[in-house]
Design a protein around this ligand. Structure first.
Ligand code: ATP
Ligand code: MG
Length: 306
């Protein structure tokens, strides 16, 4: 009898706190990721919120910045964004980032800076500003310093971007140290990535952010049964061996259902294949951030469980 769907149709609100038994390693310093790909619908938001949720379950302090006027990250994190101040206020009206940040229910240390309704107008409003590309960076640096001074340093900041290379995405690329690119294994996926790489080179050349690095690539909505998906995955493995986190996220119903219950798949169905894959990706990101390489695998696992 397939009654799982019925139970989940009335998915309970997130109650209690999700925390893994085995914590994830803390990075040496705060890592700021921009999740970018100007192609629409490739799994940017899904990857941003689920990796953030998984890192938070691993005991790390995580901030998600929803920089997409669509506000999909807020939806998945259960943040009601109708009448609250958010990133428009920060970018356009100089509101401190800390004043708009909200705690996400169900996680020990997961917070979200919401995309407010006005964010759709932010790019137009910012055009005339001096250093309009630096607005997010300034706001974020201030918040990071405040939290550090309070002994509550963020381990990860994950910025979700709209599917364009406009001023919002440029702000995110200026504020971040690293880029996480979700790649859907389809026709033309790598074409889009080339354009993004050119933009990154330009940002580095114009001195907006000299140290920006494409550090992480995740394969999304992967269907291992198709030849095309496998071919694209092989090609990514070849071109980006160091950046690819090689736990492809399977195309899975639970992943796409979760946001309609205002949840990440990590709380909606933690034992589903999508959640397990995102957990593996997050754990690998955390390991890399702590300087743990594959060669030291056994030693470090041993140290953890000892
Ligand atoms: N692993 C998956 N399995 C099934 N569906 C998925 C998976 N990942 C994402 N989706 C679905 O695909 C759609 C696009 O995903 P998502 O919103 O994360 O992409 P995006 O790149 O953020 O889109 P946009 O460019 O509009 O911001 C959503 O409906 C999402 O639920
Ligand atoms: Mg999105």
């Amino acid at each position: 009898m397939d009654d799982s769907r019925e139970t989940l149709a009335a998915a309970p609100k997130v109650i209690g706190i999700r925390r893994l038994k085995e914590p994830m390693p803390t990075p040496l310093k705060t890592r700021v990721f921009t999740v970018a790909n100007q192609k629409g619908g490739v799994g940017k938001t899904t990857s941003a919120v689920n990796i953030a949720a998984a890192l938070a379950m691993g005991g790390l302090r995580v901030l998600v910045i929803d920089l997409d006027p669509q506000g999909n990250a807020c939806t998945a994190l259960g943040i009601e964004r109708e009448s609250i101040p958010g990133m428009f206020e920060v970018l356009v009206n100089d509101a401190p980032l800390g004043s708009v940040v909200k705690k996400v229910a169900g996680f020990p240390h997961l917070e979200c800076a919401p995309a407010d309704r006005g964010l759709a107008n932010a790019e137009v409003n910012m055009v005339s500003f001096v250093s309009r590309e630096n607005r997010l960076k300034l706001a974020l640096d201030t918040l990071l310093q405040e939290r550090e001074a309070q002994g509550q340093r963020f381990d990860y900041v994950i910025i979700d971007c709209p599917p364009s290379l406009g001023l919002l995405t440029i702000n995110a690329l200026t504020a971040a140290g690293e880029i996480l690119i979700p790649i859907q294994c389809e026709y033309y996926s790598l074409e889009g990535v080339k354009l993004l790489i050119e933009t990154v080179e330009q940002i580095k050349r114009t001195q907006l952010n000299k140290n920006l690095e494409i550090s992480t690539i995740v394969l999304t909505m992967f269907d291992s049964r198709t030849r095309l998906a496998n071919d694209v995955a092989d090609s990514v493995r070849q071109h980006f061996p160091a950046q690819l986190v090689d736990f492809p996220i399977p195309r899975a119903v639970r992943v796409s259902e979760a946001p309609s219950f205002n949840q990440t798949v990590m709380t909606y169905d933690a034992s589903s294949p999508g959640a397990i894959a995102y957990m593996s990706v997050a754990r690998e990101i955390a390991r890399r951030g702590a300087g743990i390489t594959n060669n030291t695998d056994a030693t470090n696992n041993g140290a953890h469980t000892a």
